[in-house]
Design a protein around this ligand. Structure first.
Ligand code: SER
Length: 904
């Protein structure tokens, strides 16, 4: 704790009147919630780090889960809410390791959806900071948006802050999101009001308070951001008032904990310190002993917290999107572990500490600890393997660059390191910088973009609301009500056209051949979700028919991706919407079978098995689950038998909507990382399975037909995948097997039932043939040896053979040379052969001639040079190669010439 934070001693802080030196992060989290509960706020749980929002990779603030409430698309359970939200931001990942930047952090927030506004938000923040946390009033500063007199007035006249401590700043500082009015993003936004603590009051008031607040973050530490969420930024940057005036605040838990504990950095608080201590013990290093170690320990602590929570929320390491961010954190941390001299697998050993630290607030981490640890360990293992290869390659590139006095590592190298060795580009950059070089990240990006473009070629049929992001969805929500889904009970229904989108624009009508998206007031089409893919079918009106080629949904609005097949379709028309029945029932078979499979896996492999992903399509089902070894063939059989037993028992499949708590207490399996509302739909198969599920299912299990597993394989560390078929798909599979067997039998010219015996016979014949063949070859090489021996020429008391052979196998050629030398007792043998445009040469010199100074290596070298190659070897034996078969004869002559010269 004796560290200095940016040049001043932390203990000077105690001259102020911070009285809560011993408050832990855990206690602060509790106090915050208690305080806002006392103001009538409902405490809601933290949302998953994986948000229900296609425009975001990770939950980056407490407000993410509440966007639908802000824009008025959904009704909140109460108009006042308080949360502790786990968040992940990676914009500052390169800064991690200093005192204050983090990837994973917690944001304490209080929210109002059209209820309290600026005045209460400010007064309560003040009350909490000064009455509950006892922060010194005279060190609190605040900044408001330029024209926000309303907020300023509350600070000046109700709180009583002196005017010099209320500064006004522009949209880069006092708008949320920053710069939203001029730069976006589109979506809910508003002016904000930040609250700071002066960490160095002894310096007296700053000369230029707005500048100091805006830029001197060492002195003025931002604790809390109160956002007055009142606008929606739409296309073209237009700000329109939201339906209600709202509050969204965020208090940084780590930062305020550090302040309360007078810690020199966030890392010396209970939110990180146990991890640092654990690492000190494991790696035998000391935090604070030098800057590199301190930075490494901080970075690992940060990244491990992030990685543990990501995996806990169902993110698996991969090369895209969230999985890539996770992989990058793990790899950065693993590199830092190496830098502090730890060679083995380090990170997984820290997961239990994280679980312990967050036991109260996030018990899920402890519940899933063994899974999290396993995923971390295998990812670390994988990285260790690639790391050595990659580092070696990078070092070579660095040397080459340095030798040629270049200052950059080329984009192509960065790309190869990423693509082949799994090196994040930032890592290449970081390691290059350490050698005084820069990586060409722009060049790398271009290559990545090319790769992405190649991958995209097949997709992208519809320009639609999904690619338009949040604004498009919000606009759509303004235009139409949510869709009523009828597909649990019927596949045909009367409906009305509420919207037609063409190239993402709302249109009045669409003509034959046009690709559109249609929104109806009600629909029997199932929209892709929970692994079950969207329905196909058609929608017909009196003026035309459209083919529906997919169905998706955006915030409770069903979008039918469609092509007008004939005539035209118009807004407000009455239509008949019909789902392709065969296809849908095939999907339902696979969905019900998926639940049976899930239950059977847990029964046969253990309760650690949880769903990690699934695809329910008409032709097959795919189920990913957590498990750490391959499933054995015996286990697979048992699982398949179990599922089929439940199918044959023809068990009813019942669906029921009930409160989430009730479903949980009845033991319904919830999917991990999935969000559920207060009311949930349960799908129950007798006493075999009960899952929370919104998919379409059969009435009884027997409708599944035969369930047949096609394959079992690994998809990622600790995740296995089973693919299986049902119903018609099983029949087709059996037919494929039959056809294959028939084909095999016909090629063997045997009846199917005797195919195996026919193969046995074939193998016996083959073995016989091989034996005969080797006998013949042996004989012919004997003959060749005899022939070659007789071609030997006499040179000064010994024999020399420089001849061509038909043998092209290197070992066989060496053996022949040995044999000849043995036969002739005192000899020099040079053999050469040509095949595939290449020349091969061997040379053998008996020991007595070696003693006379002959050298097989030198002889063969001369010959090889003639044949356009090179080589050499020992005095008694050597091999060489050439590229010019036309020169083989002259090469052998050269060898003989050399031998003769030596004698002369
Ligand atoms: N959304 C605001 C922020 O992230 C306040 O919660 O700072």
């Amino acid at each position: 704790y004796a560290l200095k934070r940016n040049g001043y001693n932390a203990h000077e802080l105690s001259e102020g009147s911070i009285a809560l030196r011993n408050m832990t992060g855990k206690e602060l989290r509790k106090k915050y919630i208690e305080f806002f509960e006392s103001k009538g706020c409902l405490h809601l749980p933290s949302d998953s780090l994986v948000p229900d929002d296609p425009s975001l990779l990770f939950t980056s603030a407490g407000m993410v889960q509440f966007k639908p409430y802000f824009i008025g698309a959904e009704t909140p359970p109460r108009a006042r809410v308080v949360t502790a939200q786990k968040c992940l931001r990676t914009d500052d990942i390169d800064e991690v390791g200093d005192a204050v930047h983090h990837t994973f952090f917690e944001m304490m927030g209080n929210f109002s959806f059209g209820d309290y506004f600026k005045r209460e938000a400010i007064l309560w923040a003040w009350e909490f900071l000064t009455d509950w946390l006892h922060l010194p009033q005279d060190r609190i500063w605040t900044s408001v948006y330029l024209d926000d007199d309303e907020a300023a007035q509350v600070w000046l006249h109700e709180v009583g802050l002196p005017p010099e401590r209320v500064v006004r700043l522009g949209e880069d500082k006092n708008y949320w999101p920053a710069n939203a009015p001029s730069r976006g993003p589109n979506g809910p936004c508003g002016p904000c009001n930040e609250i700071f603590l002066d960490m160095r009051p002894e310096l007296g008031p700053p000369d230029d308070p707005p500048d100091a607040i805006a830029h001197d973050s060492n002195r003025f530490v931002e604790m809390w951001n109160l956002v007055f969420m009142q606008f929606l930024r739409g296309e073209g940057g237009e700000l329109t008032p939201l339906p209600t005036k709202n509050i969204d605040t965020g208090l940084g838990l780590e930062r305020v904990t550090a302040i309360l504990q007078e810690a020199p950095s966030d890392y010396e608080t209970d939110l990180f310190w146990p991890l640092i201590q654990k690492m000190e013990k494991l790696a035998g290093v000391k935090y604070g002993s030098n800057e590199a170690t301190t930075t490494a320990l901080r970075t690992i602590a940060d990244h491990v917290r992030g990685a543990v929570f990501c995996i806990g929320d169902g993110v698996m390491p991969s090369n895209v999107k969230r999985g890539y961010v996770l992989r990058r954190m793990i790899r950065r941390a693993a590199i830092k572990a190496r830098q502090i001299g730890y060679e083995g697998l380090f990170l997984h050993g820290l997961a239990p500490t994280v679980a312990e630290m967050f036991e109260d607030a996030y018990p899920d981490v402890a519940n899933r600890l063994s899974f999290i640890t396993n995923v971390l360990r295998s990812e670390e293992e994988k990285f260790q393997k690639t790391l050595s290869g990659g580092i070696h390659r990078l070092e070579e590139e660095i040397r080459t660059a340095q030798a040629s006095e270049s200052e950059t590592i080329g984009g192509a190298v960065v790309f190869t390191l990423y693509d082949t060795y799994g090196f994040p580009s930032e890592l290449t950059d970081e390691l290059s910088r350490a050698e005084g070089l820069r990586a060409d990240l722009d060049g790398f990006e271009r290559l990545m973009e090319e790769q992405r473009a190649r991958a995209r070629q097949s997709g992208g049929m519809f320009a639609d609301v999904f690619s338009g992001g949040e604004t498009s969805i919000a606009n759509l929500q303004k235009a139409v009500n949510k869709t009523e889904f009828l597909g649990y009970d019927t596949i045909d229904a009367q409906a009305k056209v509420l919207a037609i989108l063409h190239n993402g624009e709302m249109v009045e009508a669409a003509q034959e051949g046009e690709q559109i998206q249609i929104v109806l007031d009600r629909t029997p089409f199932y929209a892709e979700s929970g692994g079950q893919i969207g329905d196909f079918g058609h929608i017909s009106s009196e003026s035309g028919v459209v083919n529906v080629v997919d169905t998706r949904k955006a915030a409770d609005i069903w979008l039918h991706d469609a092509v007008v097949a004939s005539g035209e379709i118009r807004l407000d028309q009455n239509v008949e919407a019909s789902v392709q029945g065969e296809r849908r029932i095939a999907i339902m078979r696979n969905h019900t079978a998926t639940h049976l499979l899930h239950a059977a896996l847990r029964k046969h492999l253990g309760e650690h098995v949880t769903q990690a992903g699934s695809l329910v399509a008409p032709d097959r089902l795919r189920f990913d689950f957590t498990h750490f070894q391959a499933v054995t063939p015996q286990e697979l059989r048992a699982i398949e038998n179990e599922v089929n037993r439940h199918i044959l028992a023809d068990i009813p499949v019942t669906k029921k909507v009930m409160p989430l708590d009730e479903a949980r207490s009845r033991g319904a399996m919830a999917l991990f990382g999935e969000k559920y509302g207060a009311e949930v739909r349960t799908v129950t198969i007798g006493d075999v399975s009960m899952e929370l599920c919104g998919g379409t299912h059969l009435e009884r299990t027997a409708e599944v037909g035969l369930f047949k597993i096609l394959s079992e394989a690994s998809v990622a560390a600790g995740v296995r995948r089973i693919e299986a078929v049902t119903g018609q798909g099983s029949l087709e599979y059996v037919h494929t097997l039959e056809d294959r067997l028939r084909e095999i039998a016909s090629r063997l010219q045997a009846p199917q039932a005797e195919a195996v015996q026919a193969i046995d016979r074939l193998q016996i014949t083959l073995r016989d043939m091989q034996q005969k063949l080797s006998a013949i070859q042996g004989k012919s090489s004997q003959e060749e040896a005899t022939q070659l021996a007789s071609s030997a020429v006499q040179v000064d008391g010994f024999k020399a053979i420089c001849a061509q052979t038909q043998i092209t196998d290197a070992n066989a050629m060496s053996a022949l040379a040995d044999q000849l030398a043995a036969r002739l007792k005192s000899a020099i043998v040079v053999l050469g052969s040509a095949s595939d445009g290449k020349v091969m040469l061997v040379s053998k010199v008996t020991q007595d001639l070696v003693d006379r100074g002959f050298h097989a290596g030198n002889i063969v070298k001369v010959a090889a040079q003639e044949a356009g190659g090179g080589g050499g070897g020992r005095p008694d034996f050597a091999k060489a190669g050439g590229k010019n078969p036309a020169k083989l004869a002259s090469a052998l002559e050269k060898a003989l010439e050399m031998i003769r010269k030596k004698v002369d």
